[in-house]
Design a protein around this ligand. Structure first.
Ligand code: ATP
Length: 270
């Protein structure tokens, strides 16, 4: 069971150079997660405790998972990911045990970055979700809180959680000593999108006619994940046209296609 819910990566390959448009958030994560792992004595000398847990919140596909992986990479820590939704929906009756296993594993793997994605699935306000009234979900959350509370001597384990639904969270998890550092990871602005286009085309054969600033303008409202999808799709258009060089028009068509698909998805979900 454990193997299916927890994703363990001893040496994640994401670096800070792979992340665009969220410099401030990156700095904050470095200060709150990387520094305590790399220079714990700094915190001891000054006499403050580093934040216990850091919560990243913001829309899907903005780089929250990447940030957690990049910190693990930078600190030579093991990256351990667990998705809240899987915990609750797939392994009914086992949530609390899995949380315990998660922390046991982290202690074995030290230094470790524990990433809990979709934390809202186990930590939603009672009023907000059908599942949160569920005793099983409550038990899972209590186990998580007790692991965090009993973690005075955390050693080389840092906890990062992420959510797209900040408004749904039970405030209990935001209390001091728990996820007491909140970092909002927004969608990128035009400048950020331009950077992300450049990151995802680093290994692509791109024609000189590509105007990065215009692309970034065009893809307004795109998340980092959307920008990546545009680049891949643009490459597909070139291949279909039997070319090895990707042109501006390929990116334009790719964006149209992706928007259309997004609209259709919305219609389906209605
Ligand atoms: P979710 O909330 O859906 O889990 P997330 O915020 O964790 O999303 P990631 O999984 O980090 O998003 O991003 C998905 C993919 O999109 C990444 O693997 C990367 O290719 C691309 N991406 C997203 N944000 C960025 C960014 N800021 N810079 C570069 N690439 C990005």
């Amino acid at each position: 069971v454990r193997a299916r819910v927890m994703q363990v990566d001893q040496s994640p390959d994401v670096t800070y150079q792979d992340i665009g448009g969220i410099e401030e958030q990156m700095e904050e994560v470095r200060e709150t997660v990387e520094m305590p792992l790399k220079n714990p004595e700094m915190f001891e000398d000054v006499g403050i405790d580093p934040p216990s847990g850091v919560l990243l919140h913001g829309p899907p596909g903005t780089g929250k998972t990447m940030l957690a992986k990049a910190v693990a990479n930078q600190t030579d820590a093991t990256f351990i990911k667990m998705a809240g939704s899987e915990l609750v929906h797939k392994f009914i009756g086992e949530g609390a045990k899995l949380v315990r296993d998660l922390f046991d594993l982290a202690r074995q793997e030290e230094p470790a970055v524990v990433f809990i994605d979709e934390i809202d699935a186990i930590a939603a306000k009672r009023t907000e979700s059908k599942t949160s009234g569920d005793a099983e979900v409550q038990r899972t959350m209590m186990q998580l809180l007790s692991e965090m509370d009993g973690f005075e001597d955390r050693g080389e384990i840092r906890i990062i959680a992420a959510t797209n639904r900040f408004d749904m969270l039970d405030r209990a998890i935001l209390r001091p000593g728990r996820f007491d550092r909140l970092i909002e990871v927004p969608k990128p602005n035009a400048e950020g999108r331009e950077q992300i286009f450049q990151i995802h085309t680093r290994d692509m054969n791109v024609s000189d006619d590509v105007d990065w600033a215009a692309l970034a303008e065009m893809a307004s409202e795109a998340s980092g994940a959307d920008v990546k999808a545009i680049c891949t799709e643009a490459g597909m258009f070139a291949i279909r046209d039997d070319r090895t060089e990707v042109r501006m028009e390929d990116f334009e068509e790719a964006w149209e296609k992706i928007q259309k698909e997004a609209d259709e998805d919305e219609d389906v979900s209605k």
